[in-house]
Design a protein around this ligand. Structure first.
Ligand SMILES: [Zn+2]
Ligand SMILES: [Zn+2]
Length: 182
């Protein structure tokens, strides 16, 4: 996929966040401050202090807004949904080279809440994806019992399962068994 490291990281963060939601078929895996703290650590989200119950509520609402962008029926709808999210987000571009990283752009203000941080960085990444006409890469898993979202980074946009090691394998084994039965 012709995207830079920051964009790939932001999209991967979005996928992980959305997939914590029960809207994607499983149980809610972002139910407490410990899970939220794990999420912040997993994605090395910078400048975030102690997370609060208010952060948790805001981030849980945000994952639903991102989910609606992933599951939009067409690109114009995705644009409307993303614009709605962006209009509610304070976006402040700022060059930084914190923690030994090379110079890069943050889209959240230095004092941003966790919600504003994620909404700005992921919102801008999704905006660039739409501008590049790559909206189709935002997918939902094709396995019948899985509604996890993923970003198809394959060259020919052919990926249909959220994770080839789990859902991909499962579905191949099921297809193989079905063939053997006839
Ligand atoms: Zn950074
Ligand atoms: Zn899946």
């Amino acid at each position: 996929m012709p995207f830079g490291h920051d964009m790939v990281h932001s999209l991967a963060t979005a996928v992980d966040l959305v997939n914590t939601s029960p809207s994607t078929g499983g149980r809610d895996t972002l139910t407490g401050l410990r899970e939220l703290g794990d999420f912040v650590a997993r994605w090395k989200i910078s400048g975030v202090g102690e997370v609060s119950a208010a952060d948790l509520g805001e981030v849980c609402a945000l994952r639903e807004a991102f989910h609606k962008v992933f599951t939009a029926p067409d690109q114009p709808t995705a644009v409307v949904r993303l614009n709605s999210l962006l209009s509610r987000t304070r976006i402040t571009p700022r060059l930084t080279e914190h923690d030994g990283h090379p110079l890069h752009v943050h889209y959240f203000a230095p004092d941003a809440s966790l919600h504003d941080h994620l909404a700005a960085d992921i919102g801008v990444a999704l905006a660039h994806l739409l501008v590049e006409n790559e909206w189709e890469r935002l997918r939902t898993c094709s396995a019948p019992d899985c509604e996890h979202v993923f970003v198809d980074e394959s060259r020919n946009r052919s990926r249909v399962y959220c994770d080839s090691r789990t859902c991909g394998n499962r579905m191949h084994v099921a297809a193989y068994r079905a063939r053997r039965r006839v």
